[in-house]
Design a protein around this ligand. Structure first.
Ligand SMILES: [Zn+2]
Length: 383
């Protein structure tokens, strides 16, 4: 890695990295997390990138020039207006090249790391740029350790948000043998958390970790504030017809894939109540509009993850005829986070209620979910 410093008016810092150029490198994901006066910007690449990073002033911005690279990450243009970062944008340059620009609110110093990790078919790459605010007169440069520290490794771990459905005054559905959905979802959420942490590849955040009510809006908001990479909401279903059983995976859509999915979304969207007072009151039109505006890009990612889940869970043999369905679940509306909702089975079917309560089944289901997350992570979340 070659370091260069050009201390002229415009160029503050140039880090140039020469690499072997592969055919069209693809940026398949990016992430920006801002914490007070510092921010991490990460780009995931399909193969080894050939890039230059430099800072410009008047106005302050960070530029990444990439040779022979295509942007295929969701969200081409994000308004951030959060601490250091005003927005991230990108544009094609000279046909095959790409320029990514981070508009900054002030001058920063940066550190960058290119991290690679072997995948199934190919090596995966992730470029991490840490920006921190500096006083205007200093031109201190901190750069560039190719071997990430354990702290950085930890920071790079994808964050999985686990959402245990319902809770507190909102019990969800109820089984014939007395199983409450809210308890079942929490048990599975905790088991999933434990399994994910034991791989040492992920960080986990739970929208609730005990029996209390959390509004749907709050679940989405906390997932966003934590900068989650994947959102998994766990539920169990019930049906008038007690013979119906099976597991279904849902992703968000403004149109439900079928009548039943629509009814289910309405049921899961129903706010919790204390007595007759609604705990949550949202304007449906506004919600729908938001869903339509913000979710389009992450829908594809959610669908990819759902398909991976379906593949893993097929071995389980208990899938519904339509394993991947679409409906307007409010809890899946996190704009930047690929999100799925798993209806793990029907508590109205006594056989399935028994199965959902069994330790063996819980282990199997959780292990399938972890496998799907591993596959998804290999594709979209370089560690
Ligand atoms: Zn539910």
């Amino acid at each position: 890695m070659i370091k260069r410093l050009l201390n002229i008016y415009i160029f503050l810092l140039v880090i140039s990295v020469s690499n072997i150029v592969f055919a069209a490198t693809v940026i398949n994901a990016f992430k920006l997390s801002v914490q007070g006066s510092s921010a991490d910007f990460t780009l995931n690449f399909s193969n080894q990138p050939d890039y230059k990073i430099f800072l410009l002033d008047g106005p302050d911005r960070l530029v990444i020039d990439l040779k022979n690279t295509k942007w295929q990450a969701p969200h081409s243009n994000i308004a951030q207006n959060n601490g250091l970062v005003k927005q991230v944008r990108h544009a094609k340059k000279n046909n095959d090249n790409l320029r990514v620009v981070i508009d900054l609110t002030q001058s920063v110093k940066i550190q960058s790391h290119l991290v690679s990790k072997p995948g199934n078919n190919r090596q995966n790459y992730k470029l991490v740029i840490t920006m921190s605010a500096k006083h205007p007169q200093t031109t201190q440069i901190e750069n560039t350790n190719p071997i990430p520290t354990p702290a950085l490794r930890e920071k790079l771990k994808p964050l999985i948000i686990i959402d245990a459905g319902h809770g507190g005054n909102d019990p969800g559905t109820m089984g014939k043998r007395g199983t409450k959905e809210k308890n079942l979802t929490l048990e599975y959420a905790i088991a999933l958390k434990t399994a994910l942490l034991s791989t040492n590849h992920y960080k986990v955040y739970m929208t609730r970790n005990h029996d209390h009510y959390v509004a749907l809006k709050q679940r989405v908001r906390s997932a966003e504030n934590k900068h989650g990479d994947l959102f998994i909401s766990l539920h169990a279903d019930s049906h008038r017809n007690q013979n119906i059983k099976g597991l279904s995976i849902y992703t968000l859509s403004d149109k439900a894939s079928d009548k039943e999915s629509e009814e289910l979304a309405q049921k899961e969207n129903r706010p919790g109540k204390i007595g007759n007072i609604l705990l949550e009151d949202e304007n449906d039109d506004v919600t729908n509009l938001l869903i339509d505006l913000v979710q389009r890009d992450t829908k594809n990612r959610s669908a990819s993850f759902a398909e991976l889940l379906v593949q893993e869970l097929r071995h389980n043999n208990k899938m519904l005829f339509k394993p991947h369905r679409f409906a307007g679940f409010r809890v899946l509306t996190g704009p930047d986070i690929p999100s799925v909702l798993i209806e793990m089975g029907y508590l109205s079917n006594s056989q399935e209620e028994k199965m959902l309560n069994s330790v063996t089944h819980k282990k199997e289901l959780v292990s399938s979910i972890v496998k799907a997350i591993d596959k998804y992570s290999e594709k979209y979340m370089v560690e």
